[in-house]
Write a protein that binds this ligand. Sequence first.
Ligand SMILES: O=C(O)CCC(=O)/C=C/C=C(\O)C(=O)O
Ligand SMILES: [Fe+2]
Length: 312
Amino acid sequence: MTAAAVGLSHSPLIGKNDPEADVLARVGKAVDGAKAFVRDFDPELVVLYAPDHYNGFFYKEMPPFCLATEAHAVGDFGSQAGPLSVDTDAARALAQGVLDRGVDLTVSARMTVDHGFAQPLEVLFGGIDRVPVVPVFVNGVATPLGPVSRIRALGTAVGEAAAALDRRVLFLASGGLSHDPPVPVLDGAPPRVADALIEGRPPTPEQRAKGEQRVVQAGRDYAAGSTAMIPVNPAWDNRLLDHLENGELAEFDSWTVAGMAREGGGSAHEVRSWIAAFASLAATGPYAMTSRFYEPIPAWIAGFAVATARER
Ligand SMILES: O=C(O)CCC(=O)/C=C/C=C(\O)C(=O)O
Ligand SMILES: [Fe+2]
């Protein structure tokens, strides 16, 4: 088996509320580097770790993580809608391998995903149906959240199970780093919002457009400095990237949910996807980070990072 990893921040505001041209150019260069890395690695299978933003998973049943044997994207924020090219046989094999290793994985035979999954597939592969993929939802927004050590255990178990497949496998992480976008919160929500977060009734096109416009406006307010959001935290983000680069994954076990939210904002928990992907790569052998880009981008409400890594 040959393994590699890519971490890529996502933002629903990309293309809708863009930063200055020089920032875009730097991001474009980093993304082009990641695309070249992926082209060169030529994965036979992509294990994609990503969060959801109340489009697929709701409080009626909210697993800490869930592997899909089939998945379709809703097409929010202009992302591609439709079925993902899930490798069902590989997904089933990985699910069994993870359960065999004592991690209580939830499995979905029809997962609904949003821009968190669609965006990295579109950016790196040109679409959500271009490469055999195993989608793994990692809850990064809906509290209560469990200890980060369990995410590391999930990533390790997936990596070990993937090693048995004897294929070129790319572990791809979507999300983070520090950011505090306006994702609804159940605790204290008005009854109508709480009901939507629990039941997951699909929004009408008008409701979806209104919600998306709210996020775009939040990005504008944030970039203009007029908002109560927790600021992007470059020091925290770089600490995370340092640990990933140095293979110090056990360090994350001492990171607490409350501390992560305080330092990185309500959606900082999306870095769980990164920790899972790098734990998977580490489970296949020693690795080296081959590229690392980071920049705080207020217009996207994002501590935006792109990193690539492969086995030594
Ligand atoms: O307002 C809503 O209902 C949805 C908000 C939403 O999906 C925001 C997403 C933000 C990110 O994905 C992010 O910044 O990581
Ligand atoms: Fe997100």
